[in-house]
Ligand binder design. Structure first.
Ligand code: GUN
Length: 291
């Protein structure tokens, strides 16, 4: 039986370190580091996520403000808000919660967030920085996965990593982060042939597809580290990941649960990104930010 990679515990540790550094920032800058979250519409899951993000900010000594806009907000009104936040000196991070209502042009909104305040890491400059190994803001969920892998303590150099899912938010940046740590990365997806056989070769298996129970026990190589990014509802309405947990846990060395695995890490890494953005914007010495 594999060991549980407890995202709640690892995230709590990271949040504690962010809180200490946030105190240092506030005393040097004369104000708190600040995140502004923009939510358009009434999506119930998004409402919960946004509330949790703002609360986590306040608990860590950051300012967390939510802007709630009606579902029929125009593209112009949304861009005006984002541009206004972009121009404010006391705003260090801006996050536009996805998905946006269908009539809005998501990409245009995301690119309107200044790259140095883009705590989601979705701006093309940040995506390009990650692709080319430069300094930038990195998406929160894959960063959280990397921190969980480090907690498990496996040597990533030369390891065979299989990432299932090729989204811009998780799969692609995840592949880049693993590659930067010298893993041999295969980026697989729904059309990959013999997906189960491929997964069974992985020392590190990242499931980020959004299909409940896709990864079966026999897809897991004995001794592998399994990170489950999926958040799905099963037929009974229970929250489940992309991995058939009980089967996979029999073979994995380490495995993340859902809930309580990657989810809490995403929020902790958002706080970390906000503080990093604030630190850089204020021109404080990078070496003195220890997280
Ligand atoms: N919706 C689901 N995940 C995310 C995320 O990482 N960032 C934003 N902005 N919205 C999301």
């Amino acid at each position: 039986m594999g060991r549980i990679l407890d995202g709640k515990a690892v995230a709590a540790e990271l949040r504690g370190r962010v809180a200490v550094a946030a105190g240092v920032f506030a005393s040097r800058a004369g104000r708190k580091a600040g995140l502004e979250v923009v939510l358009v519409g009434e999506d119930p899951a998004s409402q919960v996520y946004v509330r949790n993000k703002a609360r986590a900010c306040e608990e860590a000594g950051l300012r967390g403000v939510v802007h709630r806009l009606p579902a029929d907000t125009t593209q112009g009104a949304l861009l005006e808000l984002v541009h206004g936040l972009g121009a404010r000196d006391d705003v260090d991070g801006i996050l536009v919660q996805l998905p946006l209502p269908k009539h809005l042009h998501e990409d245009a909104v995301l690119q309107a967030v200044p790259a140095d305040k883009d705590v989601d890491g979705f701006h093309l400059l940040n995506a390009g920085a990650l692709f080319t190994g430069r300094e930038g803001l990195v998406p929160c969920t894959p960063t959280g996965c990397m921190r969980l892998l480090d907690h498990a303590g496996g040597d990533l150099s030369g390891a065979r990593a299989v990432v299932v899912g090729r989204s811009n938010i998780v799969g692609k940046p995840m592949a880049m982060l693993l590659l930067a740590r010298h893993a041999t990365v295969t980026l697989a997806h729904s059309r990959t042939r013999d997906l189960g056989l491929l997964c069974a070769t992985a020392d590190i298996l990242i499931a980020a597809v959004g299909r409940a129970g896709l990864v079966r026990g026999d897809w897991v190589r004995p001794g592998a580290i399994v990170i489950d990014v999926g958040i799905n509802r099963d037929a009974q309405g229970k929250l489940v990941g992309d991995v058939a947990f009980d089967e996979a846990a029999e073979r994995a060395a380490w495995i993340t649960p859902v809930p309580g695995g990657v989810g809490p890490m995403t929020i902790a890494c958002l706080l970390e990104n906000t503080l990093r953005a604030a630190w850089r914007r204020k021109g404080l010495p990078p070496g003195e930010l220890t997280l």
